[in-house]
Design a protein around this ligand. Structure first.
Ligand code: SAM
Length: 212
């Protein structure tokens, strides 16, 4: 993702503090209060510029969405999209998802989306992959007992690695697609990267896994 310095980003985020939560750690266990309803909570890790989360929020008004993106100059794009869509069921967190247990109580989340996560192909960077075993432990803790992860990627190596990682940690494989767009799934909402890679003719892989 191309990064530009955006000095106005802090001001823009402060002006939109109803969308980007300034102190999300204080909301742990209280997200239902933040949304003022008990609708299920779905989170996306690595939201990027927000095309997916905005599309999902519009399509699913009875689900609450929280997008987590660590790069400020990127998340401002997502803030703009959420604002323009005028959706009440979406919040954004400018945080590193290094320990989600500080942001969510046990069983507070129904579904997690991992969309086109950075592949970190070098073996010495394995721990940074969002499907490394320590991340799976966090996901298991914050997900409800029947909670799920939906993962999409164009990166076959990361996909294969993740399937093995899920399987070794005891997650149940509910769905695997080696060419998502062949399915013409009307519920699929494309991410920025998904649009770009599928236009270039890359197959898109998707899996859905259930908590152990
Ligand atoms: N999901 C978007 C899409 O599909 O178009 C963006 C994909 S981009 C390759 C990966 C994004 O995840 C980047 O914006 C990166 O900053 C973010 N990211 C990676 N690791 C993260 C972490 N640990 N916490 C929060 N964001 C993360």
């Amino acid at each position: 993702m191309r990064l530009r310095n955006k000095p106005w980003a802090d001001d823009y985020m402060n002006e939109n503090s109803h969308i980007v939560i300034a102190d999300p750690f204080s909301k742990k266990g209280k997200w239902a209060t933040e949304f003022e309803n008990d609708h299920p909570i779905h989170i996306e890790i690595g939201t990027g510029k927000g095309q997916f989360i905005t599309g999902m929020s519009k399509k699913n008004p009875n689900t609450n969405f929280i997008g987590i993106e660590r790069v400020k100059s990127v998340i401002v794009g997502a803030v703009k999209k959420v604002k323009e869509a005028e959706v009440a069921n979406t919040r954004l967190l400018n945080e590193d998802a290094d320990d989600l247990r500080e942001l969510f109580e046990e069983s507070e989340v129904e579904q997690i989306y991992l969309n086109f996560s950075d592949p970190w192909p070098k073996a010495r960077h394995e721990k940074r992959r969002l499907t490394f075993k320590t991340f799976l432990e966090q996901y298991q803790s914050i997900l409800k007992p029947d909670g799920t992860i939906v993962m999409k990627t164009d990166n076959r190596q990361l996909f294969e690695y993740s399937l093995v990682s899920f399987s070794q940690a005891g997650w149940t494989l509910e769905e695997v697609s080696l060419n998502l767009h062949d399915l013409e799934d009307p519920t699929n909402v494309m991410t920025e990267y998904e649009g770009k890679f599928s236009e270039q003719g890359h197959p898109i892989y998707r899996c859905v896994v259930r908590v152990p």
